[in-house]
Design a protein around this ligand. Structure first.
Ligand SMILES: [Zn+2]
Length: 275
């Protein structure tokens, strides 16, 4: 468990293709003194924070004054897992690369860059009372607890069905970091028609066919799909700007509900304490 604010100890770069744009993008990671993760695009600093989130339909996108960065959630989860609280990410496009569809390469890059610790704390946010948001039959809620404990349930057509997973020690749940994004076969055409998923392939997403996983090597974990939803949730929760402590339970949640949960949480200072 980290106790103080941290940044990376050396500069590094990662390049790859944007899932939706198909464009090649390079990220350059720089140490930052100021608290928080922020992107720099078109000369503008965009804090990777819940109140900068502009679109949550297929990924989490942040925007400020005409500059935007989408699909930030896997990178944000990598920052969470590597214990980095402060960092500047220069990006020469408007979408974070999808890489293998998980947070693995970002996590490796951050790990190799090393950690520099500051004296300041204020890195944890403890939830003081239950907060819940829902839409249709989907919901996500958080209750007071001294650790981050996540229970996620997903439900899709066969062969996925209903899958549930509880992670009690999220900071050390390494099978979450390299669990890949996924899509149903029938949704691909729809998404491509909308001009999205131009960079999508079996190299960066799990594709669920009529009866089985389409990818030749199948899944990395039996619960890879629900693991990935936990990864997305961790990345989205980290846009709070803090390492959240609480017992989180979610049913079919997504980027939109995750963002609403944070807006609800920050709607009253009595809902949380920071230390
Ligand atoms: Zn994802």
């Amino acid at each position: 468990m980290i106790k103080r604010q941290t940044t990376i100890n050396s500069i590094f770069r990662i390049s790859g293709t944007g899932l939706h744009s198909g464009a090649t993008v390079t990220l350059e990671f720089l140490p930052r003194r100021e608290q928080g993760i922020a992107f720099v695009h078109k000369g503008r600093i965009i804090p990777a924070r819940y109140d900068m989130v502009d679109d949550t339909r297929l990924s989490t996108m942040i925007a400020s004054e005409g500059a935007s960065v989408s699909t930030i959630e896997h990178l944000m989860a990598a920052f969470y897992f590597s214990g980095i609280t402060n960092c500047l990410v220069y990006i020469d496009g408007s979408e974070v690369p999808i890489l293998d569809g998980s947070a693995w390469e970002f996590y490796q890059g951050l790990w190799k860059a090393g950690v520099y610790e500051f004296n300041e704390d204020n890195v944890y946010l403890k939830v003081n009372r239950p907060i819940e948001t829902s839409q249709g039959d989907a919901w996500v809620r958080i209750k007071p607890l001294n650790t981050l404990d996540i229970t996620m349930t997903i439900e899709f057509r066969t062969p996925v069905g209903r899958q549930r997973k509880r992670v009690m020690d999220v900071e050390n749940a390494f099978s979450i970091i390299n669990s890949r994004t996924f899509t149903l076969m029938e949704d691909i055409e729809e998404i491509k028609k909308a001009g999205l998923a131009k960079g999508g392939s079996l190299e960066n997403a799990v594709v669920i066919g009529a009866n089985d996983i389409v990818n030749p090597h199948g899944l990395r974990y039996r619960k890879e799909l629900v693991n990935h939803k936990i990864l997305d949730l961790i990345g989205d929760l980290y846009t709070s700007g803090y390492r959240i402590l609480g017992k989180v339970e979610a049913f079919r949640t997504g980027h939109h509900l995750n963002n609403l949960l944070l807006k609800e949480l920050f709607s009253s200072e009595e809902n949380y304490s920071v230390y």
